[in-house]
Design a protein around this ligand. Structure first.
Ligand SMILES: [Zn+2]
Length: 395
């Protein structure tokens, strides 16, 4: 299928232009693989990003949702990082403070292992209902005293819970949904007449990916790539009025806070750029991303040739994309991750084993590449503690 044969999954326009293609990427990048063989044999598919010249939404036109497996093997949490937990804590406190979120019923769609919802309930004395197909019962032991219910399943099968929601949260989820307009439509329809829940969505901002040629942030699990422009447009189209739109988490994430639109409120925000500017940005990405990939690949190869040991810190989606893009000419000596559930399993596609950071004391790497710059300081401190002297660079 080509871009001209597809229509936009947000606004429906037949006005798509393809601008970036990667062939043969693993269809899942954070699933736990029990053996190198399974990791190497894991299904691979192609990505072709296309931008809609009508609303600015970007989608992978080759995406096939039947490959998705959001099961208990889906291990996405970053909650083992102290830095990540403090980010999460701050965000929760901020939301509670700004919206006076106390004693409310909060529904979280795509709650993962329930970390965010537990915090929101604990810190604001709220009641929580979390929905996620990859929810693992019993993972968060410390919430036994909270008024929390988890539903292991997909939102589309449990839209009835929206009827009791005073707050609806949806974080790190919309980017995994192939038909975002249908999803938002179901959400809007599930809100009862006269009810006015606060709706908060939090998802990656693709503006930064385009500007920084961040090819490691393009992976198969993400089929929907939003910018402030396309996200706000989708909300308005589906009868939701954005009240505020902002970036957080080192500018990587985009948050929209909205209410059901009762007044035809069409407030726009400074982050929304004209669609034409985003089309230009996607063109520039297309023309220069290869240079960015080559730059990294030469850097790793130079280290390989000099006999240096190269380590990736982080084994999630960014690492899988990074390794896929660099290709077979680059040798990575170890991949480490602080999430104990990932250690001892293997990375889809490349088959690299994931180790604990403590293993670096024996390996004594020469170059450590950090998959997310927001963790660099935390990692530098941990390396120091392990007695590892190494060059440290971040994507
Ligand atoms: Zn569109």
């Amino acid at each position: 299928m080509t871009a001209t044969e597809c229509s936009c999954a947000c606004c429906g326009a037949e006005n798509l232009t393809g601008f970036y293609r990667v062939d043969g990427v693993p269809v899942h990048s954070v699933l736990l693989m029990a053996s190198r063989e399974e990791a190497l044999a894991y299904p691979q598919q192609d990505i072709e990003l296309a931008i809609c010249k009508s609303c600015g939404f970007i989608q992978n036109i080759h995406f096939d949702p039947s490959y998705h497996e959001y099961s208990e093997r889906y291990e996405e949490t970053q909650g083992y990082s102290a830095h990540f937990r403090s980010f999460l804590n701050e965000f929760v406190d901020e939301l509670i403070e700004r919206h006076q979120l106390h004693n409310r019923t909060v529904v979280e769609i795509g709650c993962g292992k329930g970390e965010f919802l537990s915090l929101l309930c604990r810190q604001g004395n709220n009641r929580g209902i979390g929905i996620d197909a990859s929810y693992v019962p019993g993972r968060i032991a410390e919430h036994a005293d909270l008024d929390l219910t988890f539903i292991q399943g997909f939102f589309e099968e449990h839209t009835d819970v929206i009827a009791v929601a005073e707050v609806i949260i949806c974080r790190h989820t919309l980017e995994h949904i192939a038909r975002p307009a249908e999803f938002m439509h179901k959400l809007r329809e599930a809100i009862p007449e006269g009810s006015r829940p606060l709706i908060i969505f939090d998802l990656p901002d693709t503006t930064r990916v385009l500007e920084e040629r961040a090819f490691w942030d393009v992976y198969y699990e993400h089929c929907a790539y939003f910018t402030p422009t396309s996200l706000a447009a989708l909300f308005r189209q589906e009868g939701l009025a954005p009240q505020t739109l902002y970036r957080r988490y080192g500018e990587q994430m985009l948050v929209v806070e909205a209410y059901p639109d009762e007044t035809g409120d069409k407030q726009t925000f400074s982050l929304e750029r004209p669609v034409a500017e985003l089309v230009t940005l996607s063109d520039e990405f297309s023309q220069s991303v290869e240079r960015t990939v080559d730059g990294w690949s030469q850097r790793v190869q130079r280290a390989n040739q000099a006999g240096q040991r190269v380590v990736l810190w982080g084994s999630g989606s960014k690492a899988v994309s990074f390794i896929s893009a660099l290709g077979n000419g680059c040798r990575i000596d170890a991949v480490v991750d602080i999430n104990p559930h990932r250690q001892g399993s293997y990375m889809a596609g490349s088959g690299y084993e994931i180790s604990a950071p403590a293993s670096l004391a024996a390996l004594q790497p020469d170059l450590v590449i950090v998959m997310n710059p927001v963790y660099e300081q935390e990692i530098a401190a941990e390396l120091k503690q392990l007695g590892v002297k190494t060059e440290l660079v971040s994507l």
